[in-house]
Design a protein around this ligand. Structure first.
Ligand SMILES: NC(=O)c1ccc[n+]([C@@H]2O[C@H](COP(=O)([O-])OP(=O)(O)OC[C@H]3O[C@@H](n4cnc5c(N)ncnc54)[C@H](OP(=O)(O)O)[C@@H]3O)[C@@H](O)[C@H]2O)c1
Length: 385
């Protein structure tokens, strides 16, 4: 049986790596649909190489250019933000890989889960913002949710060594970002340039800043709690600067199972597509004798305020997580634009959480309203920061 894949966000870093992986997998895997937002030329090039049947361009103003570039009546072209949902629901597609930044892909992720598709999920936001809704839809339809984030893929792989009820603890590893050795006081003076210089992973600006504040790990705590149905109290974060052990699971008999790999997203992408099979691919195995030593330490909760906040947010549930995520996105934008300092990012997020009136048992519309409220709030607070 050929696995037919839709990639939402094929022009991004994860999307491009996914295409590379699929190319290497050969005949059992085919690209049925692709989506991009604005990179029309790159999307057209991907269409010529991978021959999908349907493409979506979410920035509708780019549609005309795409039609001109393709000139191919065999490819159906959809446009506008709602086209993502149409792509995710296509009957011919069995696997939807979601690699769209931010909350924009959420309705499509929910639609794919409702239709019982396999979801290979790279972006944290759908689980952080709407974990309860998404897991409920997946449970109803039988949709498999397979993590692409390297840490969650590692946990997913380690989990297979025991039963869910036998899990004692999840240990999420973190590179620690560029400031892992600084104290809370020293972090106050860091610059934008220093915050963007990640020591091990090559990533876009938003995710690099999230790594420097450890907000990425904070969001991953919430993501892991939903994905693996484990309370946050059982999730611990350890700094592991070599980024070779991608995460670990401790079982009740005190066995700890880890997954190791080079820092290369091709491996978790491929596993989400081929699971339960393992196939040869572009990733290289780590050479442990050359690496020599692997180090682990606890992060400082004073220096990385995002971590203790994540535990609180996860326990509070409801709209707290959507506000946590949206306030961070808005604050990072302010920082990247040079309007606030690095330390103000978490101060704004915390202020926003303190001002928020948490609602529980909410619909998707109410979640999106809370998201907008948090962004407006940060914009107002940033002016006085
Ligand atoms: N990169 C990594 O190593 C990594 C690792 C783990 C998890 N992740 C997560 O995976 C997700 C994707 O990361 P990435 O590094 O691939 O990001 P990226 O390179 O910025 O790519 C984002 C993709 O989303 C599309 N897009 C942007 N805004 C959109 C909108 N409003 N509506 C629809 N599509 C939109 C982009 O289209 P255009 O390019 O055409 O504008 C692009 O295809 C993120 O959530 C990230 O946190 C990434």
């Amino acid at each position: 049986m050929v696995r037919r894949i839709a990639i939402l966000g094929s022009t991004g870093s994860i999307g491009a790596n996914a295409l590379r992986v699929i190319e290497g997998l050969g005949e059992g895997y085919s690209v049925f649909a692709l989506s991009a937002h604005s990179k029309v030329e790159l999307l057209a090039e991907q269409v010529r190489t991978f021959r999908p049947k349907v493409v979506a361009i979410t920035d509708a103003s780019c549609r005309r250019r795409l039609v001109e570039l393709l000139g191919d009546p065999d490819v159906e072209i959809l446009s506008g933000p709602e086209s993502l949902v149409a792509l995710a629901k296509l009957d011919e597609v069995d696997t939807v890989l979601t690699a769209i930044v931010g909350a924009a892909g959420l309705p499509a992720v929910l639609a794919a889960a409702k239709k019982g598709k396999r979801l290979a999920i790279a972006n944290k936001e759908p689980l952080v913002i709407a974990g309860e809704l998404l897991m409920a839809e997946a449970a109803r339809s039988g949709s498999e949710i397979l993590p692409v984030d390297s840490e969650h893929s590692a946990i997913f792989q380690a989990m297979q060594a025991g039963k869910q009820a036998e899990v004692a603890r999840i240990i999420l590893t973190a590179s620690g970002g560029p400031f892992r050795e600084l104290s809370a006081e020293e972090i106050r003076g860091v610059t934008l340039e220093q915050a963007l210089a990640h020591p091990t992973w090559d990533m876009g600006p938003k995710i690099s800043i999230d790594s420097a504040t450890m907000m990425n790990k904070a969001l991953e705590i919430i993501e892991a709690s939903w994905l693996f149905d484990v309370p946050v109290e059982k999730i611990e974060v350890l700094i592991h600067p070599e980024s070779i052990v991608h995460s670990l699971v401790e079982f009740v008999d005190a066995s700890v199972i880890a997954q190791l790999g080079e820092p290369d997203m091709c491996l978790p992408i491929q596993y989400a597509l081929t699971y339960p099979d393992r196939l040869p691919g572009p990733a290289k195995a780590p050479q442990l004798a050359e690496i020599g030593s692997l180090n682990f330490s606890r992060p400082d909760p004073e220096a990385f305020r995002a971590l203790p906040l994540a535990y609180e947010v996860s326990r509070t549930c409801g709209t707290a997580a959507v506000v946590f995520n949206a306030a961070n996105e808005a604050a990072v934008e302010e920082f990247l634009a040079g309007r606030i300092k690095f330390v103000n990012i978490l101060e704004l997020v915390e202020d926003c959480l303190n001002k928020h009136d948490v609602k529980t048992g909410v619909s998707l519309e109410e979640l999106l309203e809370a998201d907008e409220w948090a962004r407006r709030q940060v914009a107002a607070l940033a002016c006085s920061a």
